[in-house]
Design a protein around this ligand. Structure first.
Ligand code: ADP
Length: 446
């Protein structure tokens, strides 16, 4: 029962019905008030009409009995009593009985002149006219009865309105809460969905529900993609770490087993262990860098031109290829110096790794319109179109770089991309002419 009271359908209907009831009570009270006042006015107008007619009667008429009867002819229950100055008193037909009854009656405080007598209602008025005192009892039972009848009819209609209104509201709200109920049910199914392909059905109306369902599905997709990427990352990372580690362990076993009898295996094995452990170290550092690149820290304005110039010159000293620099001086940016160095090193090393000694590498930094553009171009073999997107994925390496035994882990470009995006920049790779590739980074100028 408590559960039922907590549901939206019950609560909304309950609230709507209460509001409806309050509204109807106010309307009915207003109806009663207005009808009472109108009836009272009506009786007063009737009384004034009779009084006016009598006022016009000349002082010396001898037809008083006919006159008083004529004035009350409209309603037998009305009564007139006239007391002339010189003594005689005239009653309309049955007037005496009515006035006698009125003397026993009860006055109503709220409506001056209204008297209740033996279940009948009268408006009593007394007026001094020239040479006579006129008293009137206007019968009002009929109009009050009419009023009560109308009120009862209106009350009945109101009760009908409440019943039908509540039912309509209950059904209407029920339609909504059914949609909500369905959504909740589907959400809990999604929670336990192992295949991860369920989505919330999007209702066509109301708009708010449609928006909630659409946003939920969008969020769900984002969350699922993130989880997929994370688990892919963990799988790839452990695979990349496991390969050099098992090779190292293999060589350690080899030294242990055969080292004493065949000391000639020790030298090459130690060289291998040295090389692989260095690779592991680099890989670990890259993985750490990937994690770090999402941490925000306060930044100061640095000379981008200077940092890139220095990093490029250092690279030029050790590079087998010819390196050309075209760095516009004086470009400044709010960026972490270590991070921009990391971006440069990765791109420069790639250009060197994936080109021949006879190729050329061109490093350019310029300001164009509202952007700072850094590009690293080489004249190496280039990157096939269908791989241009994929090389930014973590651990993705083009087969030729694996088979040609170029050292690498496939993380470099994902680090570059995450740093660039952190500074709201964009990276893209294009073909160089006639051969090679151009890695181009655009940072927005603030
Ligand atoms: P890694 O160099 O460690 O393999 P990266 O993420 O830096 O990893 O690069 C991903 C892949 O993109 C590389 O394996 C390589 O195949 C390709 N690549 C990157 N830079 C170049 C380049 N300048 N020319 C040709 N191929 C490139």
């Amino acid at each position: 029962m408590k559960n039922k009271k907590n549901n939206a359908q019950y609560q909304l209907t309950n609230r709507f019905v209460k509001i409806l009831l309050l509204l109807l009570i106010v309307i009915n009270l207003a109806f009663i008030g207005i009808s009472l006042i109108s009836s009272y006015r009506y009786l007063n107008n009737q009384a004034a009409e009779i009084m006016n007619t009598l006022q016009e009667v000349p002082q010396d008429t001898s037809e008083w009995t006919t006159l008083v009867n004529a004035t009350t002819a409209k309603d037998d229950e009305d009564a007139v009593r006239i007391l002339l100055e010189n003594g005689p008193m005239y009653y309309s037909k049955e007037g005496k009985e009515i006035f006698d009854k009125l003397a026993q009656g009860r006055a109503l405080l709220l409506f001056p002149g209204i008297i209740l007598s033996e279940n009948k209602i009268y408006l009593y008025q007394k007026q001094e006219q020239a040479g006579r005192t006129v008293e009137l009892a206007v019968h009002g039972t009929q109009i009050v009865e009419l009023m009560v009848r109308m009120f009862l009819i209106s009350l009945l209609l109101n009760i009908l309105a409440i019943v039908i209104g509540s039912l309509v509201i209950y059904l209407f709200v029920g339609k909504w809460s059914k949609t909500l109920h369905q959504m909740t049910k589907e959400m809990s199914e999604i929670e336990t969905d192992e295949k991860q392909d369920l989505h919330l059905s999007v209702p066509s109306s109301p708009n708010e529900f449609r928006q909630v369902a659409t946003s939920f599905n969008h969020l769900l997709d984002m969350q699922r993609n993130a989880t997929k990427r994370e688990s892919q990352f963990v799988a790839d990372a452990s695979h990349e770490l496991r390969t050099p580690l098992s090779a190292i362990r293999g060589h350690v076993q080899l030294i242990k087993r055969r080292g004493s009898q065949h000391p000639e295996v020790i030298g090459p094995s130690i060289d291998f262990i040295d090389k692989e452990s260095k690779r592991l170290e680099i890989l670990m550092n890259q993985l750490l860098a990937l994690g770090r690149s999402t941490v925000e820290k306060p930044l100061s304005l640095i000379s981008l031109s200077k940092v890139i110039q220095q990093t490029a010159e250092e690279f030029r000293r050790t590079s087998k290829q010819e390196v050309t620099l075209a760095i516009e001086p004086g470009i400044q940016m709010q960026i972490d110096e270590l991070e921009i160095q990391q971006v440069c090193q990765n791109l420069f090393e790639n250009a060197a790794k994936y080109s021949h000694a006879s190729d050329t590498i061109t490093i350019t930094l310029t300001k164009i319109a509202d952007k700072i553009r850094l590009s690293v171009a080489d004249t190496g073999p280039g990157i096939p179109d269908d791989m241009k997107e994929r090389i930014f994925e973590r651990f993705y390496r083009i087969d030729h770089s694996r088979s040609s035994q170029v050292e690498g882990s496939g993380i470099g470009l994902s680090i570059v991309q995450s740093i660039v995006e952190k500074y709201h920049g964009a990276i893209q790779v294009r073909d160089n002419q006639p051969t090679g590739s151009i890695f181009q980074i655009d940072f927005p100028l603030k």
